[in-house]
Design a protein around this ligand. Structure first.
Ligand code: UDP
Ligand code: MG
Length: 139
């Protein structure tokens, strides 16, 4: 299996609930290496650009508002099969549909405020890591 990068974002609801440490601990225990880590507040423009693929969807404006509503924590991760393994760890987008024991099932309130982002393909993993981190910051 190939070593891949994937981008996690601990979303503003995760930070508001003070769950950054709890969620990162679960990510690390699952074998992901942290290459980069920062706390920041996204502007609506930056949040909109990050989620540009969803522009035009009914949930887009609410998503941009939520993602810029407070601090978040982008984390660059690396692991064999990182993209699929991370999505398995976090569970389905809607916590109602997420498997027991997944991060979203355990901690998320609803489909919009669902604690954590995960990249959806190895290609997007690299693109999304580069959205928040320059190569020289990945160690
Ligand atoms: N989202 C939402 N309503 C929806 C679908 C998605 O609010 O019906 C939000 C949710 O925060 C989700 C993000 O938009 O995590 C991106 O959606 P995507 O379908 O890519 O889900 P993900 O890859 O995060 O599981
Ligand atoms: Mg997605």
């Amino acid at each position: 299996m190939a070593v891949e990068r994937t981008l996690a974002i601990l979303k503003p609801d995760c930070v508001r609930k003070n769950l950054q440490g709890e969620v990162l601990s679960r990510i690390q225990k699952a074998g992901f290496r942290v290459l980069g880590f920062r706390q920041m507040r996204l502007t609506p423009q930056t949040a909109g650009a990050f989620y540009a693929v969803h522009r035009g969807r009914p949930f887009y404006d609410g998503l941009v508002e939520f993602m810029s509503s407070g601090p978040c924590v982008p984390i660059a991760l690396e692991k064999e099969n990182a993209v699929a393994d991370f999505r398995k760890l976090i569970g389905a987008t809607d916590p109602k549909d997420a498997e027991p024991g997944t991060i979203r099932k355990l901690f998320a309130d609803n489909k919009g405020e669902n604690i954590v982002h995960g990249s959806d393909s190895p290609e997007n993993g690299r693109i999304e890591v580069a959205f928040f981190f320059s190569e020289s910051d990945l160690v």
